[in-house]
Design a protein around this ligand. Structure first.
Ligand SMILES: *Cc1c(COP(=O)(O)O)cnc(C)c1O
Length: 547
């Protein structure tokens, strides 16, 4: 692409996962944002990131002696940051809050500007922590502060991309700016829409946060808007996703299936932006093991390179747990945020099926994942997995403190990547793409990206069919065991040739599910054409996918 003709995009996100060395991310949302900045750098695209500097990161989650995940603060090392010497100011509950602006470009990434509020350290201590009021304050700094930071830096974006609803107060700021220069609210909103695109991320209703309008008014998050004007945008209570859809001229879901789900979910929202499907992708330079890619490209010994990556993972397992796994045993990987819909314990639900496989030395499973520090139910999920690892010592492993570093080892070093969320609640699941590009074979229900990629027994395996309903746990469990026992295990142990062919077919998915492809689609479908062209295109996409 000729970058001089491309629109300059300011990308807003609450978290960025560029490296485990800069722990200002919680999970998939942040890692996606990090991959986007790295890919923009590779392709020289005029995109910059706006985020927040979380003094204590997210959480280092360490398992205690009684199997419970305990949270420790992370330290953010400023050696990865450059001081811009610039500050901005915003008013929260009538109090001036000064924010320092840092630049992060240490990871071969497009410039990322991070705001550090100076006089509210408690509120900005850790990502996604604090009260509801704290959360809105954080969103004020990201949104309102972010727009002001761009001005202070002399950057004039053509477009603002809100990644998730956290950033929508930037839209309120942009509208208020126009009202300051005499425009009516309606006109200012209309004009602001042309500058905003929006990505929605979760079909889980609880993940689409909303807040009382009164809280916005109390904190000053409304800026120049009246309470009624606020609810025209986000409803009452003010829903951040609804606001994202109504402040933007085009939006996207993060897989074809997620876009369909989102359109149904938000169909009653009047004047919503059309929701396109742009499937996520991952940054190859970060996630693909170069030796495995080389073996794939040069028709070298893929199996040997895979086994090397597996040994590296098993060495890390031994170092952190003092347990030795057998590199010749089929090894399943499962690393997820602790959320009930991900059903991390599904594979254990029938002891009479799974125990003989584990005890007989046919199968070993490595888990990892974090729970949100305040999510007791999530911590129960983690604690359960830790208990399984104790009752199946040396067969089931739990690696504590899941992060980008552990993810890299896992998605290159296990044999099979398991994913069994309750459909249709997984928007994308990018870890499966990372696994595929390393020849780790996906074994997954048809949710998120997998319906677009899966060719059963050619490049992976599907669990269950299209069924969604009250018996989903039952059907998925039966199918999981059936495919595992009838197909996955026999292929691994008896048909190594076929296995390696499936690895090659997995790696073949790398281009389609790369962040490069995703960014080309962003520029072609979200950023580049005129607003009218996008609207026309969006209608077509909607019709095609609904037929
Ligand atoms: C890729 C990644 C995720 C997101 O993976 P999902 O498939 O959405 O679960 C979360 N955390 C880390 C550290 C990752 O690398």
């Amino acid at each position: 692409m000729n970058s001089s003709k491309l629109p300059k995009v300011a990308y807003f996100c609450m978290e960025y996962g560029l490296s485990e060395k800069l722990p200002i991310y919680a999970g998939g949302l942040g890692v996606l944002a990090g991959d986007i900045l790295k890919t923009a750098y590779d392709l020289k695209l005029p995109l910059i990131g706006i985020g927040i500097l979380w003094e204590n990161g997210y959480t280092n989650q360490i398992i205690s002696a009684d199997n419970w995940p305990e949270d420790k603060p992370q330290k953010v090392d400023r050696k990865y940051l450059t001081d811009t010497g610039k500050q901005i100011k915003l008013t929260i509950t009538g109090v001036d809050v000064a924010c320092h602006i840092w630049l992060c470009d240490a990871f071969n990434n497009a410039p990322l500007y991070l705001l550090e509020p100076l006089n509210m350290p408690r509120v900005f201590s850790s990502l996604y922590c604090g009260s509801e009021e704290d959360r809105v304050k954080q969103e004020m700094v990201l949104g309102i502060g972010g727009v002001r930071a761009l001005k202070a830096l002399g950057i004039k974006p053509d477009l603002y991309h809100f990644n998730e609803g956290h950033a929508v107060l930037a839209g309120i700021e942009l509208i208020s700016d126009k009202m300051d220069s005499g425009m009516s609210f309606e006109m200012a909103w209309e004009k602001t829409k042309d500058e905003i695109v929006f990505t929605t991320h979760t079909p889980v209703m609880a993940g689409n946060e909303s807040h009382p309008r009164e809280l916005f008014m109390h904190l000053g998050a409304n800026r120049r808007l009246t309470s009624e004007q606020l609810s025209a945008i986000g409803g009452s209570p003010f829903n951040m996703t609804v606001a994202g859809l109504k402040l933007s001229h085009v939006a996207n879901g993060v897989s074809t299936m997620h876009a369909t789900t989102s359109r149904a979910m938000w169909q009653d929202i009047r004047d919503s932006a059309p929701i396109l499907g742009i499937t996520n992708g991952v940054h190859k330079g970060t996630w693909q093991n170069p030796d495995i890619n080389l073996a794939y490209l040069s028709k070298g010994d893929l199996w040997e390179e895979h086994q090397k990556a597996k040994l590296t993972l098993l060495e890390e397992v031994r170092r952190t747990t003092a347990l030795s796994l057998d590199p010749n045993v089929l090894t399943i990987g499962f690393a997820r945020r602790a959320a009930p819909y991900k059903r991390s314990d599904l594979i254990f639900r029938r002891a009479e099926v799974i125990e003989p496989l584990l005890n007989g030395g046919n199968l070993q499973i490595i888990f990892s994942g974090k729970a949100h520090p305040h999510d007791y139910a999530g911590k129960e999920i983690i604690s359960n997995l830790v208990r399984y690892s104790k009752t199946h010592l040396g067969r089931v492993i739990f690696l504590e403190n899941y992060n980008i570093g552990i993810a890299k080892l896992l998605v290159a070093g296990v044999d099979v990547w398991l994913n069994n969320p309750q459909r249709p609640l997984e928007a994308s699941a990018t870890s499966g793409m990372k696994a595929a590009m390393n020849g780790v074979i996906n074994f997954s229900v048809l949710d998120g990206w997998w319906p677009e990629a899966c060719r059963h027994s050619i490049n992976g395996w599907q669990i269950g069919g299209g069924y969604q309903g009250p018996e989903q746990n039952y059907y998925d469990l039966v199918s999981l065991y059936d495919v595992l026992i009838e197909e996955v295990l026999p292929t691994y142990y008896d048909k190594k040739h076929e296995w390696v062919r499936m690895m090659e077919e997995s790696i073949r998915l790398s281009e389609e599910f790369s962040a490069e492809r995703m960014l080309y689609e962003y520029y072609n479908l979200l950023y580049y054409p005129s607003v009218t062209a996008i609207k026309a295109k969006a209608k077509n996409v909607g019709v095609l996918q609904e037929v």
